[in-house]
Design a binder for this molecule. Structure first.
Ligand SMILES: *Cc1c(COP(=O)(O)O)cnc(C)c1O
Length: 424
């Protein structure tokens, strides 16, 4: 009976994620016919018999692999819960992945993945810049456990990345390749096919191939599907576009049943699972994900064009403006289907001019985070990127004049009116 609710095809037609979000993975018959899944506010689940309890524990602890077609029954809400099982199935649909997993935050997804694949003495090879929290996790937390790291800034230059990989492998086995593309707020791109080649090369050299994990928070599965381009795992801060209403914190991972299954075992050990209430809110959010993202993307295009034409704006760092001759353009065309709605621009002047502009805005809210229904604007050099050394900040193109904007789904003309009065 449950199987029917995991139907992804209608005849020969493969149904699109935005269609499947309304019901996929949920069997109303198991919940009194309720159209929408109830929130299962329960910490534990009753076993039918002592033997059934034993069998379930063997499965959830990984001592026994499920038999073909066997569902892992419900045990305890740190391991599984109907709300997060439905959410995981739907998350996997977006990336066309075998399996999805949800976590208590984007950082919990990244940290749990790191602890699954890295051991003392290992090295993590990563792109730069990374999200500030990820950077700190690698530099402070993982380093304290004897895990090294090496970053590269140009994720398209094959020779440069190869040299970085070799230098990393000199220091110890590379246990994980972790990249972020597009990077935030610079819109730097990483060639995922190249990352898969590098992981193959390291695998031959070390006898153990490091998985390639991609933080896909910025474009999300709506506009970039990393698993199709050579990544083994896609990681998400579901707080951003997937949640989309700036009202919850959550994280996710998608990939093969084998790799995601390993992170799920680690999640059970650490307790980094998501609560049923946030899962339910995310199920609701995913129903409108594509429509919200498309509107925000259209708004962002309008704002980027308007800003580019304004005399007080020096540069606009928007993926939709990549010239045909730009090295990033080929990677963008291969990996991404839209430029998304978060970008940065440099105002004429420095911190003083940037702050004056930000303080005059009325509609646009001054806050970090991104991907919500409302437009958020921030000054990376003094906030999200204040921990990044100035030299590296300049290298990656974050200056005192750089402003990041996450465009929401408001009326674009209203947003432009606010920008106009603040720049006047
Ligand atoms: C926000 C963010 C994270 C961290 O996610 P949380 O849900 O805040 O823990 C990781 N990566 C990127 C790119 C982000 O924007």
């Amino acid at each position: 009976m449950k199987k029917d609710y995991r139907r992804r095809k209608l005849g020969k037609r493969m149904l699109r994620p935005e269609t499947l979000m309304m019901g996929y993975g949920y069997a109303p018959g198991l919940s009194e016919g309720a159209l929408k899944p109830p929130i299962f506010h329960t910490s534990t689940f009753v076993f039918e018999s002592a033997q059934a309890g034993k069998d379930l524990f063997d499965l959830t602890s990984g001592r026994r692999k499920p038999k073909k077609g066997e569902e892992v029954g419900l045990v305890y809400s740190r391991f599984n819960n109907p709300n997060f099982e439905i959410l995981e199935d739907r998350l996997a649909v977006w990336d066309d992945a075998e399996r999805g997993a949800v976590f208590s935050s984007g950082m919990a997804a990244i940290a749990t993945t790191a602890l699954t694949f890295l051991r003392p003495g290992d090295v993590v090879l990563h792109s730069r810049p990374l999200y500030g929290g990820t950077e700190t996790l690698i530099r402070n937390t993982l380093a304290a456990f004897g895990i090294g790291s090496l970053g590269f800034t140009d994720g398209i230059d094959a020779d440069g990345v190869r040299r970085a990989a070799e230098a990393a492998a000199e220091r110890g086995p590379v246990g994980l390749v972790l990249v972020e593309t597009p990077a935030n707020p610079t819109n730097g791109l990483v060639d995922l096919g190249l990352m898969a080649e590098i992981a193959d090369m390291l695998g031959k050299r070390q006898g153990r191939r490091p998985p390639v994990a991609v933080d896909n928070t910025m474009l999300g599965p709506m506009y970039q599907q990393p698993l199709r381009h050579g990544a083994d795992l896609a990681l998400y801060s579901l707080t951003k576009y997937a949640g989309g209403h700036s009202d919850l914190i959550a994280g996710g991972a998608t990939g093969s049943a084998e790799l995601v299954g390993r992170t799920i075992l680690m999640r059970g050990a650490l307790g980094t699972q998501l609560d049923p209430n946030s899962c339910w809110m995310l199920l609701r959010s995913l129903e409108t994900l594509q429509i919200r993202a498309d509107r925000a993307t259209a708004n962002a295009q309008r704002l980027a064009e308007w800003l580019r034409a304004h005399p007080r704006i020096r540069t606009v760092n928007y993926l939709g403006f990549l010239e045909p001759g730009d090295r990033r353009r080929a990677v963008f065309d291969r990996q991404c289907t839209a430029p998304g709605s978060t970008f940065s621009f440099d105002i004429d002047g420095g911190e003083k001019e940037a702050f004056a502009f930000l303080d005059r805005l009325v509609l646009l809210k001054l806050a970090v985070s991104l991907g919500g229904t409302e437009t958020l604007i921030s000054h990376p050099a003094s906030t999200t990127h204040s921990g990044v050394p100035k030299a590296l900040r300049e290298e990656i193109g974050v200056t005192e004049a750089t402003i990041r904007i996450s465009v929401g789904i408001e009326n674009a003309d209203d947003l432009i009116a606010d920008l106009e009065q603040a720049l006047a």
